[in-house]
Design a binder for this molecule. Structure first.
Ligand SMILES: Nc1ncnc2c1ncn2[C@@H]1O[C@H](COP(=O)(O)OP(=O)(O)O)[C@@H](O)[C@H]1O
Ligand SMILES: [Mg+2]
Length: 245
C-alpha cells in the first residue's frame, strides 16, 4: 500500500487521513508492506518528530528525496539520511537528483552477498559492499545487517531534461514493481531457492537501483510524468554493457 505524506496531514474536516489510517490497519492485518513517499519537504519540516514516530509505527518502506531526507533526519548527506531512517523502517529509497539515488535496507548476516562493483567512499566507507544482497524485513533477520547501494544517473542523465516532475515517483515505481514481482514469483514458483527465506524484494539492492534509475531517466527525458510505453526487456547498443555490469 502506497501512502503520500499529504494524506496524513489533511485539515478542515477532511476524512482522508482517517481513511488512510484504516487502510494501514487493513494492510498490517494482511501483512501488506506499507510504503510512504514524503513528496514535500515543507510538510516534514513542520514536525519531523511526528513523522519519525509515524514511520516507526506504520511504515515498511520509505521513499524520499535528499531535501525531504534532510528535513526528516537532519542529515543533508542522503546516505546518512538513509542510515538514520533505517532505524525507523525496513527499507529506504533516497533519490538525490543529479547525484543519483540510494537504496538502503536490511539483510541477514548469513545471506549477505558481496558486490563485484567498485567499493564506494562516503560517510559510511565502502557502504555498497553488500549491495548484491536482497532486501529483507528487519524482523525476518536473525542478525540484521544494514546494506546500502548507490547508482549515478543513467547515462549521466538525459541530454535534455524536459520535465523533472515524477522522476522520484518513477524511481519508486520500479521498486514497487520489484516488491510485487517477489510476491508474484513466490506464488507461482514457491519451491524456488529464492523463497527459502523470506525476502522483501525479488532483486538485490544493486539491481533495484538500476531499475529505479532507468525509469527516472525515462521520465526526465519526456514532457509528462506518464510512461506511455514499456521499457525494453534489454537495452540495445551502448546500454548492453550497462545491463551486463
Ligand atoms: N539533474 C539531473 N540529472 C540527472 N539525473 C537526474 C537529475 N534529476 C533527477 N535525476 C534522476 O531522477 C531521479 C529522481 O529525481 P529526484 O530529483 O531525486 O526526485 P524528486 O523528483 O522526488 O525530487 C534521481 O535519482 C536521478 O536518477
Ligand atoms: Mg528533486
Amino acid at each position: 500500500m502506497v501512502l503520500t505524506a499529504y494524506l496524513m496531514r489533511a485539515s478542515g474536516g477532511d476524512q482522508i487521513t482517517e481513511a488512510a489510517m484504516k487502510a494501514i490497519e487493513y494492510a498490517k492485518e494482511a501483512e501488506v508492506p506499507v510504503v510512504l513517499t514524503l513528496g514535500t519537504r515543507f510538510l516534514i519540516e513542520e514536525d519531523p518528530e511526528w513523522w519519525q514516530n509515524f514511520i516507526t509505527e506504520h511504515v515498511t518502506i520509505l521513499a524520499m528525496n535528499e531535501d525531504e531526507g534532510a528535513a526528516l533526519t537532519g542529515h543533508n548527506d542522503p546516505l546518512l539520511a538513509s542510515e538514520v531512517a533505517l532505524e525507523w523502517c525496513d527499507m529506504v529509497l533516497t533519490t538525490a537528483g543529479p547525484i543519483g539515488l540510494y537504496t538502503a535496507g536490511y539483510t541477514d548476516e548469513s545471506l549477505k552477498r558481496e558486490t563485484v562493483h567498485t567499493l564506494l567512499p562516503g560517510a559510511i566507507p565502502e557502504f555498497n559492499r553488500y549491495e548484491f544482497s536482497r532486501p529483507t524485513l528487519k524482523i525476518d533477520c536473525e542478525n540484521p545487517l544494514k546494506v546500502y547501494a548507490h547508482i549515478s544517473p543513467y547515462m549521466g542523465g538525459p541530454e535534455k531534461i524536459r520535465n523533472t516532475n515524477g522522476a522520484g515517483d518513477g524511481a519508486l515505481s520500479a521498486l514497487l514493481h520489484d516488491l510485487a514481482a517477489n510476491t508474484y514469483h513466490k506464488t507461482n514458483v514457491p519451491g524456488s531457492s529464492k523463497h527459502k527465506r523470506d525476502g522483501l524484494c525479488y532483486s538485490s539492492f544493486s539491481q533495484i537501483c538500476k531499475y529505479a534509475n532507468r525509469v527516472a531517466y525515462e521520465v526526465l527525458a519526456q514532457h509528462s510524468p506518464r510512461l506511455s510505453r514499456g521499457l525494453p526487456e534489454r537495452e540495445d547498443s551502448l546500454e548492453e554493457s550497462y545491463w551486463g555490469r
